[in-house]
Design a protein. Structure first.
Length: 273
């Protein structure tokens, strides 16, 4: 196992939860006597770039092509994402000429908030059952993993994006370097990439071991994210703490030559870490 940010092979294992089945992989009564698939669940630390990641990666098709979690069933998240869309639209002056793209858009919960602000939207969601729900909700959705071919499709249909979001998705992606490359290709020159990830520091401080599961491949601090985006030709220019998942970061990223200056929140949190 190599560090997915810097390629370091000398990773330090510090927690093992043994062999575990996939989260939410509920089995039917008829299958109770059958052997359930389980996989190693253990965390490793990279001393070079400060990333924490799982030692074993379950194939994404096993976890995401038929997904059971629907974001809008939770009232807390309906409010959370409506406010997030409103805040981003107002802060960055998005309007009817703007395009918002959500990676791992689920049932369209965040994009519906952008639609209320008059912003054009398109989602990218690999789970066929969830993408169908989003379409029924009036959210145009590409049923696929976010990839170079999907970027080309969006560019042909919609043009470049003003904002790309990935909420509780970025930590699920193995090849984040490819994801960053595709984000850069889709963004306008002064577009922004906004991610939300569970915060490693809160996980450690609060002993939130139950937030460690196979979908969460990476456990980010701002330090590791800052290192990653610098390597990817991008820059973190703002960061906010949010309450979801026991404590998360909302991180604002621009292209290296983007117009947004780095806010004091970034060096302050890096210094704290």
């Amino acid at each position: 196992m190599k560090c997915r940010i810097c390629g370091n092979e000398d990773l330090k294992k510090f927690l093992s939860l043994g062999e575990m089945p996939l989260a939410n992989s509920f089995i039917s009564k008829e299958d109770l006597s059958k052997k359930e698939n389980s996989f190693p669940l253990e965390t490793c630390f990279c001393s070079k770039c400060k990333l924490v990641q799982l030692s074993y990666v379950v194939p994404p098709e096993m976890m995401f092509k038929n997904y059971v979690y629907v974001s809008s069933t939770t009232a807390t998240f309906r409010v959370h994402f409506a406010r997030m869309a409103e805040d981003i639209a107002k802060t960055f002056a998005l309007d009817k000429s703007s395009l918002a793209v959500d990676i791992g858009s689920n049932d369209g919960i965040l994009l519906k908030g952008f639609q209320k602000m008059g912003v054009q939207t398109i989602g990218v969601e690999p789970a066929t059952n969830i993408a169908e729900i989003a379409e029924q909700n009036g959210v145009e959705t590409i049923n696929d993993f976010f990839s170079e071919s999907v970027v080309k499709e969006i560019l042909a249909r919609k043009g470049h994006a003003d904002v790309i979001t990935a909420t509780n998705v970025f930590a699920h992606v193995d090849n984040i370097h490819d994801l960053a490359k595709n984000v850069k290709a889709l963004l306008k020159k002064d577009g922004i990439f906004v991610i939300e990830v569970p915060y490693l520091i809160d996980m450690l401080d609060k002993m939130l071991f139950d937030t460690i599961y196979h979908e969460h491949l990476s456990y980010f601090s701002l330090t590791s994210l800052n290192n990653f985006f610098a390597m990817s030709g991008m820059a973190v220019f703002d960061v906010q703490k949010v309450d979801s998942h026991g404590g998360s970061l909302r991180v604002f990223v621009r292209k290296k030559d983007g117009k947004f200056g780095i806010k004091p929140s970034v060096p302050k949190m890096l210094e704290d870490e």
